[in-house]
Unconditional design. Structure first.
Length: 246
């Protein structure tokens, strides 16, 4: 781990857009931006874990003022290098506790990033931090996977998600603690490397309770950004909570 940039240091940042290419597809980005722009309603947006600007840049191009929080200077440097990146305000820090000036009509935390907070206390603190930034009537949107525990046979705690002659990737789950990690093994020119990133998986109902503790109330939940119905078979969800206006 890079001590300054957490688990998203220079090595990860340099290849981040390419390694997450499917999340940069126009159909994915456009649907996400459409959803968030509607929630913003002409107000300001706060992105937690702004990263390389996958969503912040197109959202800002729609006329939504965006401010970001991110721990990784290496990721933010990639944002700065992109057209329009220099105009977006970014505060370096832990998005669970870092405060910025002003209030926002929408805050959002995408692509499983809530799981980068590896304790329940940290996730609760994040909700409280967001609530403090929202204006009355403002919304908090979270996109996160459903834990894939149904894929675990009895006695197994590993779920592979990529296998090739030179690269293997797998998740390790601990159902007792909700700790999980994504692990990557890669062989280049006969030499192997290994990288592991810890997470804490979280259930929709648990997020609802975190929102309640922060004074937010449920507004909507979908299986995706185009408002597909959320069911027991959904593999992820987009959930929105709002800060009461009264």
């Amino acid at each position: 781990m890079d001590d300054e940039d957490g688990y998203f240091g220079e090595r990860v940042a340099a290849a981040y857009d390419e390694s997450s290419a499917d999340m940069f597809e126009p159909s994915v980005v456009d649907a996400t931006v459409d959803f968030l722009a509607a929630l913003a309603g002409g107000g300001r947006a706060l992105e937690l874990g702004i990263g390389t600007g996958r969503i912040a840049l197109p959202l800002a191009s729609r006329g939504v003022p965006v401010h970001g929080i991110d721990l990784s200077r290496a990721m933010v440097a990639r944002l700065r290098d992109k057209p329009g990146g220099a105009a977006i305000g970014v505060t370096i820090g832990d998005f669970a506790t870092t405060r910025v000036d002003g209030t926002f009509s929408v805050a959002y935390l995408l692509f499983n990033t809530i799981m980068n907070l590896t304790t329940q206390a940290g996730q609760v603190a994040c909700f409280r931090n967001v609530a403090a930034h929202l204006e009355p009537g403002g919304c908090f949107a979270v996109e996160v996977m459903i834990p894939e525990l149904r894929k675990l046979p009895v006695g197994q705690n590993v779920v592979p998600f990529h296998v090739s002659p030179t690269r293997w990737a797998f998740d390790v789950y601990d159902p007792a603690t909700q700790a999980t990690s994504s692990n990557y093994v890669e062989v280049v020119d006969g030499r192997g490397t290994y990288r592991s990133i810890p997470f804490r998986y979280v259930w929709p109902s648990e997020l609802d309770l975190m929102a309640q503790l922060a004074g937010l109330r449920p507004r909507e939940r979908w299986a995706g950004w185009t408002r597909e119905a959320f069911t027991g078979e959904s593999r992820r969800h987009v959930s929105v909570w709002e800060k009461p206006a009264d």
